[in-house]
Design a protein around this ligand. Structure first.
Ligand code: ATP
Ligand code: MN
Length: 468
């Protein structure tokens, strides 16, 4: 076969170099046709669209033709021509075909369109080859790019916080332990407690649930930073919004109060959504048509609206009024309760019909580091609540006062061995500062319109599931 420089299908489809010979490589999506002429839909992952390869059956041996089945991979040299068929601009009239790999129709699982998402989760190693998951993972890449771009343009520095941590103050009870000890033969003291002196780190260690505490160290030095990395939570919540391994973006900003923090969060999400609409429209249109007819309207909707800013106490009043009028929730509503996603979604979808930033939560349901309000009851937390998702961002202004922070740490019996280095940010040159965490996959749920978080990460880790 003649060597011709490969053109990606995304570029071929935009080309008008009719009459030239091009090379494309990809995987066969479908093959149809007659005795004389076959039409092959070829996809190389560069776009959701396939290029049509027209095969004059007389020009090729039956040995080659019989290998062109769904899933097979091949290289094609052919003439780029203007397409006669509707819905496509160009097609390729094949001169030469080289089959790279066959896909036996008797065993290749992705034969037809319309496999259920549940079935595709069982073959997560192959699902990126479907239109749906190709679209989702291209969008996922674009969102990661947009996130770095947003922060870089605003002078934030990407800061790498550790994945292995020896402090469990944030995630008590929901951390995955990291150890090289022999679990069948654990060294124990006279009380039967495991001795970690001989473990890899010489102490008990776990996978991080958040990079925030280290992020604060960086913010009080570099000014504005963000983290973007995997986090791990062993919470046993088998919901469509929780993963055991998920990616989080955590900006942390010196000299930001909670107002600045809310403005940043709103601008950030809007930037990402705008980026998706501007750069991923083919993929979003496909998902809109296939899964969620309101997706594009919803994405455009959040760009138009200002997010509501509402204190928790006001939010509870609205929910209590809804209950009084006969609305039923699965979980109870009262001041002090940690809102369930049904409550969050009621505020967003039924009451305000736009995103809501809920602030000033009771201190008992929020983390120790949040800035305490004058009322002694609430803290300067801010959760961003979104349609279909509920909480997409959790954040706060941080307690900058050493004594108040220390008091709270003592009230909650958080061990000093975990905290001394963190407290040093307040001991030396403390400043007002704020930050938040955005769950990357929650953002992707919103942007793709998918209903289950397992479908927006390539290889989901959830309770009892770590395949592939
Ligand atoms: P939730 O109440 O929904 O469990 P959280 O209050 O535990 O969330 P935070 O600790 O504030 O969440 O984490 C910040 C963000 O990380 C959340 O707003 C959410 O977008 C995301 N997030 C939290 N837990 C998970 C998870 N298990 N899987 C995926 N994303 C998550
Ligand atoms: Mn949680």
């Amino acid at each position: 076969m003649e060597t011709i420089r490969r053109t990606k299908i995304v570029d071929v489809l935009k080309s008008d170099a009719f009459g030239t010979v091009v090379n494309v490589k990809g995987w066969v999506r479908t093959r149809r046709g007659s005795k004389q002429v076959n039409f092959i839909a070829l996809n190389d992952g560069s776009t959701i669209h396939n290029v049509q390869v027209v095969v004059d059956v007389d020009k090729f041996s039956e040995d080659v033709l019989k290998l062109i089945t769904t899933g097979a991979s091949m290289s094609v040299n052919g003439v780029l021509v203007q397409s006669q068929g509707k819905g496509q601009q160009v097609e390729i009239q094949a001169n030469e075909i080289e089959i790279y790999g066959t896909a036996d129709p008797a065993t290749y699982p992705l034969q037809k369109k319309g496999h259920s998402l549940e079935f595709l989760r069982e073959i997560a190693h192959l699902r990126p080859r479907t239109n749906t998951f190709g679209a989702i993972f291209r969008i996922r890449h674009n969102m990661a790019y947009a996130i770095h771009k947003f922060f870089h343009e605003r002078g934030f520095f990407y800061f790498h916080t550790p994945l292995i941590t020896a402090s469990d103050c944030e995630g008590a009870g929901q951390m995955f332990q990291v150890t090289t000890l022999d679990l069948n033969n654990l060294p124990k003291d006279e009380n039967g407690a495991v001795v970690y002196d001989g473990d890899f780190f010489g102490k008990q260690a776990s996978l991080t649930v958040s990079g925030q505490l280290e992020g604060e160290l960086a913010a009080t030095a570099l000014g504005q930073i963000y983290t973007f990395g995997p986090t791990f939570r062993a919470e046993n919540s088998n919901t469509p919004r929780h993963l055991a391994e998920f990616w989080m973006i955590e900006p942390e900003m010196a000299f930001y109060d909670i107002q600045d923090n809310m403005e940043l969060a709103e601008a950030f999400i809007k930037y990402c959504v705008q980026w998706a609409l501007d750069n991923c429209m083919d993929d979003i249109q496909f998902l809109n048509d296939m899964f969620d007819k309101e997706l594009i309207a919803r994405l455009q909707g959040v760009l138009k609206e200002d997010f509501v800013r509402l204190p928790y106490t006001e939010g509870i009043k609205i929910l209590e009024e809804a209950v009084a009028k006969g609305h039923t929730f699965e979980f109870p509503v009262y001041w002090g309760v940690d809102l369930a996603s049904e409550h969050e979604r009621y505020l967003v979808e039924e009451h305000f019909k736009r995103p809501v930033i809920l602030t000033d939560y009771p201190k008992e349901i929020k983390a120790f580091y949040m800035k305490q309000n004058e009322d002694g009851k609430t803290v300067r937390a801010m959760d961003v609540l979104f349609p279909k998702i509920g909480e997409i961002i959790g954040g706060s202004e941080r307690e900058a006062d050493y004594d108040k922070l220390l008091n709270r740490i003592n009230e909650l019996h958080i061990p000093m061995k975990d905290m001394w280095w963190y407290l040093d940010t307040r001991r030396f040159g403390t400043v007002p500062h704020s930050g938040f965490g955005l769950g990357f996959e929650r953002l992707l749920l919103f942007v793709t319109g998918m209903a289950n978080i397992r479908d927006v990460i390539p290889f989901p880790r959830t309770p009892k599931n770590a395949d592939f």
